[in-house]
Design a protein around this ligand. Sequence first.
Ligand code: SF4
Length: 469
Amino acid sequence: MYYLLPFRFHVMQGKELLINDLGDFLLVPRGSVERIVNREIDTDGDLYKDLLASFFISEQPLPRLIDTMAVRLATRKAFLDHFTALHIFVLTLRCNQNCIYCQASSKENHCSGYDMDETNLFRAIDLMFCSPSPALTMEFQGGEPTLVPDLIRKAIEYAETRNQEQKRHMTYVICTNCVNLTDDLLNICKQYDVVISTSLDGPQFLHDRNRGKTDSYNRVITGIEKARAVLGENHVSALMTTSEYSLNFPTEIIDAYRGNGFHSIFIRALNPYGLASCNADWIMYYKKFIVFYKQALEYIIEINKTGEVFVEEFATLILRKILTPFPIGFVDLQSPSGIVNGVAVYNYDGYVYASDESRMLAESQDYTFRLGHVTDKYEDLFYGRKVQQISRIWATECIAGCADCAFQSICGADPVRNYSTQGDMYGFRPGSMFCYKHKMIIEYLFQLLTERTEEVLPIFKSWITGTRG
Ligand code: SF4
């Protein structure tokens, strides 16, 4: 006689993949779940021992290792312990580029009225220090934040002054297209250990096409090299966004990253915000994106097999959730959701939003996820009625579809994405492209882990640990 512990399953390649809340998984023959539930598993067999060891069944009504299980679950949710750590400051909405997929609804460089007021900036920083998190990341975004270098300097100096008594671990990040990195700005970065996060979409023909300029690639590469020379290689990272055109060039994109001295890539799909929402056929886009992602990952695995370490960051985040007991600080893969719990956004006009995507919605006059203004009290903004309303549906554990999904403990909830793509925060998983993308990629990684274990596991472990396999 044995007792069932909570788990879910997914049918994959004619087998059943069992996953529990602690993240343990087992790939078992088709029909095993029915036998497990009907108490038909032979207690002398290997499957019984595996089920017992991986917390799928218990020999007592209350498992002997219930405390161990509790600690493991708490560890997986440890990102909740300290609340909001990432604070995004949209210093200006102005930009000096013209990207075809711009998700921030940026304004022309010469426009006025789109820079953050200094008083609001300091109020926003005060609000950030109300967060209990011992580690705080200030991320400067836009538009293009390097168009307002004075605001960057004043923001960091004010935060440093406040931090003399606060003693938080501060990280500063500037998200920039790198075309306007002046010596003065890089000196500020050097002084305060600022990380540069830029965008590189791939080879020149592709990057320039995505940016709507003919000289963007050369200027970005020049900026990356200049930043590396001053700040060091590990202080410059790049993100790519997969436009529809990019979908045709997985290997070329990866080779462009390698050729420019990067050792990793974060393969990102387009999000349906801002200009990107004009994209005509999202279903077709995401289907093609999954094909593109698999081609890119296969190519990256082949590169790693030659001894060169090159990491795909999105896969690494998922693999960390599959193969380690630790949480990750990535908004899309958290439950309860990363919005508010992990990230807050202070917009150029002083309004506070639940996430970066929330303020992008606001640029199309939709203020659903506006928490308030920097003049409001911290408690009203972060524990107020709006956040309470969102919190009812921000956990995979309690929304239809996710509650029964085998990938629940790996995936995340995103009420903002549900709202923007499906018209309500709750969302409908069978029609959700967010769900489709995550399900396909998570299943693919499990497929690799279980069918090509010896080939991929050393590579994946080296990505997770940051060491060579
Ligand atoms: S979004 Fe989809 S893949 Fe993710 S937990 Fe929910 S149902 Fe599963």
